[in-house]
Design a protein around this ligand. Sequence first.
Ligand SMILES: [Zn+2]
Length: 93
Amino acid sequence: MVTYSYRCRECGDFDVRAPMGRATARCSCPRCGASAARRFTVPLVRRGDPAVWRAVESAERSAERPEVVSGPPPGPGAVRVSRDPRHARLPRP
Ligand SMILES: [Zn+2]
């Protein structure tokens, strides 16, 4: 059995266990019964390094709700200046 992830537009994410290769593109939401689309996730990352898993979760969250910052993060030291010419075209505060 394999765990497949689906996303309901109303209720959010849920998992369904099914035989390998038997996942359908859409599935009924167990809470509201609406049709939910299958999500494709990174397999077996939870068994790996917790730092890697936190980075994957952060990337998933930022895909839909990117963090907005107003300046560089606080910390000691000088501000690093990039020499990449593409960075010169980025908007400045
Ligand atoms: Zn639902």
